[in-house]
Design a protein around this ligand. Sequence first.
Ligand code: SIN
Length: 282
Amino acid sequence: MTIDVAPTEQAFGAFVRGINFAAPVDVGSIKAVRTAWLDHHVLVFPAQQLENDDLVRFAEYFGPIGEDPYFAPIEGHDRIAAIRRKADEIAPLFAEVWHSDWSFMQVPPAGTCLYGIEIPAQGGDTLFADQHAAWDAMPDEMRGRMSKLVAVHTAKRAYAKDGRYAEDTYKGSMDIRPSDSALETQTHPLIRPHPETGRLGVFGGSYVQDFDGVEVDEAEELKDELREWLARPEFVYRHKWEKGMVVLWDNRCVLHRATGGYEGYDRLLHRLTIADDADYYS
Ligand code: SIN
């Protein structure tokens, strides 16, 4: 198998061709893909034709399947969640804010993969922002302040029973299960080494509620400053979907968000998170 890794013409990310995940893939090829993943942070595998079990096998090449605390799995498959929106839906878009998946966990997932099943003729791009680049380009004065911060992450605003996806207000077609567990908090250093490569990056995003020991007003200002900085256009890869594409991203150094612009079209992707298990890379 000859694997071709071609960087996108944007800030980061790469297309990977010459590998077919509808059948088992050899260890050497998976090692090559993992190396490309660490180098490029977002990998796009076009033209795959995967059944649900193939998608699970794909994810398990990179780590154990992660927990998805606030989604119900798709019918008939307990490991896969659906990112779904109907053509005539008017509910707020799911995940239209910059985030790193489940960053409120003690050990957040290393990666997430999405598989395109029904792709609208227009819109519905996914945006990714490289958080190593955000750190590398950060001015020294800002670095000095940011590197002292410990961020407090919580799922509260999204997944608490009175959150963005509360049962009595959210009428969209995603199967979201709000819970009181979303009130819990978890701290992570804002600037931290990537667990696998050691490279420094910013670990922030919309699950950050505030910062340890920082007054509310100052925390709000810091969050505004970060919101402006972390997704500057020079750090962003805009992914345009095609049916049959698998996208694998590294939550440890990438923020992402959904976009709209596809009113009148259905959109369906299948999604799995990949736990961060050092046994897979040490
Ligand atoms: C997600 O955040 O997992 C969904 C991204 C998208 O719908 O484009």
